[in-house]
Ligand binder design. Structure first.
Ligand code: ADP
Length: 624
């Protein structure tokens, strides 16, 4: 039975994306076909798997294939599959909306981007899927019937805000996408998508590796059907046989990315547990890399049969951006995610994949590929560093591929190995300082004595840095040491004499500032500033404290230690005044100002800024 057609609105994000496609700012229009074929291939994979798992499914799995027809007279192009199909609800949910996380941010960025090359690049990173049809069509009709259901669905849209949807009888199983092509653009000869020859070329170029037959009719006779693609699983072919272009197109298919990958990784294992892996490092981070619902990117196949997307058992969380395929020979087609998590062989594969990914990245760090490494680190470094907390076994290998900003050269990141090579005679530790921004760290008084001694300090500004530095003891027998924590042993250490001279002042200040700090002591890290605030070795840093609070965690207020520079005239003046006058209100205020200044110098926030400015104004007045 046919129901009357309903007109529905696209979700607003979907509408905006469609507008982009209609006014097509993306120059390589051929890609629409890759997207449709890729969807058709996924639909066939899903059907095969579902029919295998559900023996009662009333589905026809005899001759699974994709078919492409061109009709120059009516200017239509049809891509058909007899795969899983979609129900009415599926169509509304999947075609009427964009469920991709990060869409809103993506659209915002796109709006802000005025330059057309940059917006193309963004679209490429996002990938538009089915909507790419509207680059070449001014109307799209979709006919689909979900396998096992009697009810067919007809969907149609011109991409302008609304679509119509109705149920229709007697549709074949699977999905047909009919593109009503835009009028031919005479200036743009590339545009003729009614030409079967042109379509064949595009399929060959972008979709050759699809493991289902892609059929087209040749010449005028309907009987003359040819399979256009070679159908060979890329990962099963000898690597010497596969061109870089083929790998790149395959990557775009599995990763739903429109750009080339940064690096391709192949792995084969023969013997008792045979498998092949074809993995990719993408050239850019996905929008959802740090979102809660992020997925992992490796697909599992068993003997060429697609089993699942996002197979988390194959890749640890911190390498979630790695895309690709693992094809295992000896698993049951029935495996579930739960079983995989327990499976010893899968664990072995995963160990090997992880090591291979890490060593591949390491390989990019030298020779002619350093640009690739830099891109990799810029895009994925923050995620990789999570591995320092999660993957004990590979900690050294991860540290080996990390790079960090440092005081050595503001323009360049440094590896730990390079840092260690530059360490000064007598320098025992790898020094670092964590904070919210490079600028606040570089201006921090904590660095003064280190700078004066020529000791390099790593500048760590990623939130994850706050965590791993506490968990990882060191690198190549050198310990990590925060310049803002604990007592530092630089040989500019304060003398016993100084300790004696200042002891009265320090004892008094410790009580006078008891609300703010747990101790006041002399510092050996300062050369020019009068004071700084440091944490105890095991204290949570202020940035971390703030992060926990932002996550809604209750945190006791953590008192730190105020360190004074005995060589600074303000500090020695305070000592002398205290010796003469004993404690009084004026000195107490000076002490409070000193503490406030130290807090500001490290980029911290005053608890009561108005009180601070008032005190400061009063004290300045006295100097006039
Ligand atoms: P993507 O393929 O990146 O998920 P698309 O916009 O291309 O995004 O497609 C959205 C969804 O619509 C797909 O994930 C799939 O569930 C469904 N879909 C698209 N084409 C087909 C098809 N030919 N057969 C069955 N489902 C399809």
């Amino acid at each position: 039975m046919t129901t009357s057609a309903e007109t529905l609105e696209f979700q607003s994000e979907a509408r905006q994306l469609l507008q982009l496609m209609i006014h097509s700012i993306y120059s390589n229009k051929d890609t629409f076909l890759r997207e449709l074929v890729s969807n058709a291939s996924d639909a066939l994979d899903k059907l095969r798997l579902e029919a295998f798992r559900d023996k009662d499914l009333q589905a026809d799995t005899d001759d699974l294939h994709i078919e492409i027809d061109t009709d120059p007279e009516n200017r239509t192009l049809t891509v058909r599959d007899n795969g899983i199909g979609m129900s009415r609800d599926d169509v509304v949910a999947l075609i009427g909306t964009i469920a991709k996380s990060g869409t809103a941010e993506f659209l915002k960025k796109l709006k802000e981007t005025k330059d057309s090359a940059a917006s193309q690049d963004l679209i490429g990173q996002f990938g538009i899927g089915f909507y790419a049809s509207f680059m070449v069509a001014d109307k799209v009709t979709l006919l689909t019937r979900r396998a096992g259901s009697d009810e067919g669905v007809r969907w149609e849209s011109e991409g302008e805000g609304t679509y119509t949807i109705e149920t229709v009888p007697d549709l074949p199983q699977g999905t047909s996408v009919i593109l009503h092509l835009k009028p031919e653009d005479t200036e743009d000869q590339l545009f003729d998508y009614t030409s079967a020859t042109k379509i064949k070329q595009i399929v060959k170029k972008y979709s050759d590796f699809i493991t289902w037959p892609i059929r087209m009719t040749e010449g005028d006779s309907a009987d003359n059907v040819v399979t256009v693609n070679s159908m060979k699983a890329l990962w099963a072919r000898p690597s010497s046989d596969v061109s870089e272009d083929e790998y790149n197109e395959f990557y775009k298919h599995v990763a739903h990315d429109w750009n080339d990958p940064l690096e391709t990784i192949r792995l084969q294992a023969e013997g008792t547990f045979e498998y092949q892996a074809l993995l990719f490092l993408p050239g850019h981070a996905p929008l959802d890399l740090f979102m809660r619902e992020r997925k992992r990117g490796v697909q599992l196949y068993v003997k060429r049969v697609f089993i699942m997307d996002d197979c988390e058992a194959l890749m640890p969380e911190y390498l979630r951006f790695v895309k690709g395929v693992v094809d295992a020979q000896d698993l049951s087609l029935n495996v579930s995610r739960e079983i995989l998590q327990q499976d010893r062989q899968i664990q072995l594969i995963r160990r090997r994949l992880v090591k291979k990914v890490l060593s591949t990245v390491k390989g990019l760090m030298t020779g002619e590929n350093t640009d690739k490494y830099e891109t990799f680190w810029k895009e994925f470094g923050r995620a990789v560093k999570e591995g320092l907390l999660d993957d004990f076994e590979n900690r050294t290998a991860i540290l080996d591929i990390c790079s960090f900003a440092s005081t050595n050269d503001p323009e360049k990141l440094t590896t730990l190995r390079e840092y260690v090579e530059r360490m000064k005679d007598g320098q025992e530790h790898i020094y670092y300082l964590t904070g919210e921004s490079r600028q606040s760290i570089e201006n921090s008084p904590h660095l003064e004595a280190f700078k004066a001694k020529g000791y390099e300090v790593l500048v760590l500004t990623d939130p994850i840095d706050e965590m791993w530095v506490d968990a990882v003891p060191g690198f190549e027998e050198k310990q990590f040491q925060s310049v803002a924590k604990g007592e530092v042993e630089l040989d500019s250490d304060t003398t016993d004499e100084q300790k004696e001279e200042f002891s009265g002042l320090l004892t008094w200040l410790t009580t006078a500032l008891a609300e703010q700090v747990k101790e006041v002591r002399l510092s050996s890290r300062l050369t020019t500033s009068p004071a700084c605030i440091v944490g105890d070795t095991n204290d949570v840093t202020p940035t971390l404290e703030k992060m926990y609070r932002a996550m809604g965690q209750e945190m006791p207020q953590i008192k730190r230690i105020l360190e004074l520079n005995p060589g600074h005239p303000l500090v020695s003046g305070l000592r002398d005044a205290f010796a003469k006058q004993g404690e009084n209100e004026g000195l107490a205020e000076t002490a409070e100002l000193l503490y406030g200044m130290a807090l500001l110098a490290e980029g911290g926030e005053l608890a009561d800024p108005s009180r601070f400015t008032k005190l400061l104004a009063t004290h300045l007045q006295k100097t006039l």
